[in-house]
Design a protein around this ligand. Sequence first.
Ligand code: BJW
Length: 319
Amino acid sequence: MAVSTIPAADLRTFSEYLKGCKRILALLGAGISASSGLPTFRGVGGLWRSYDATDLATPEAFEANPDLVWQFYSYRRHMALKAQPNRAHYALAELARRNKDFVTLSQNVDGLSQRANHPLSQLRLLHGSLFTVKCTSFYCSYSRENEFADPIVPALAIPKNVPEPKPSTDDKTGEEASKSLYGTLGVSEGEELDISDDRVPLSPLSPDVLPHCPECKDGLLRPGVVWFGESLPSHTINLVDSWMKSGPIDLILVIGTSSRVYPAASYVDKARARGARVAVVNMDRNDVGSSGLNPGDWFFQGDAGAIVPEILKEVIGEI
Ligand code: BJW
């Protein structure tokens, strides 16, 4: 069976229900962008060199090794800029245009929903963006959005021969695409090595060559993402909470997330408490979140890039 085959009965009951939905929420995780060839955090493709991505996504890691953390994020910025939004990003953007009471909460920092023209007033970035930078100095509040320079400073340039993200297709799952990007990179003799290859030791970089604040001229800049132990952006959380409280919720689509990171994962139960039925799209049947599925919920197993346009088709048409 192809990984992304949808049981006909599930597709029928879901499509019928979707047509009657008024207020819809989506919670996105890295799996939706795995379909564009970007790696997830956990599981296959969740390593950058020999580092666990989640170990680098902390203020403590940045404090201890700003050069290592900046190299990680420079690589992620480069890969995200090379990747293209996939059919799932476009399908959700289309659903948003057709239903003003549909809000997407994205944990992703890669900018792919924005590049698929998802209406920005219906897209809430819970974990910030790779393309925002902010000053780390206690005395400075400098922050800049839409900073797309690649590399952001010359010392963080990515070698030209780094393989580009490979989007998934129906017979090549997002996870396989991630594997081909981040797994064992076969480098033949004489070929130039790239920094994603574990055999190339990372050279430590002096703090002087890392991005610095143009305003205070003193503080190091850091990526404008939310690391473990940091609060989510309060303005965003307030907007989401007030939307959630403003009426019952019919449906929450939970797409490509392991649902292990809080408070993001808690939106599923919050939506349920407001009446929502839950539809999970994931490669892994175990990743349904801590509260599991209830009767009347749906689980669609497979590649988000293939499944999401298919399950929304009755409402948004062909993508
Ligand atoms: C596919 C696919 C395909 C693959 N198609 N599917 C309550 C209980 C316990 C702990 C806490 C709690 N509340 C707060 C915490 C602490 C902590 C936390 O949650 N820890 C847990 C790990 C236990 N949370 C925080 O610290 C948060 N802050 C906070 O709560 O502030 C208040 C506070 C402060 C101080 C003390 C206490 C409270 C902040 C969390 C920030 C998370 N940041 C990161 C990094 C962002 C920057 C960056 O990108 O580098 O966000 S971590 C990382 O995880 C990233 C992701 O957005 C996030 C979620 O990961 P995601 O997207 O689900 O990815 P994966 O890899 O986990 O899963 C991919 C899924 O896709 C899998 O299921 C695959 O099967 C699937 N898949 N291919 C469909 N083709």
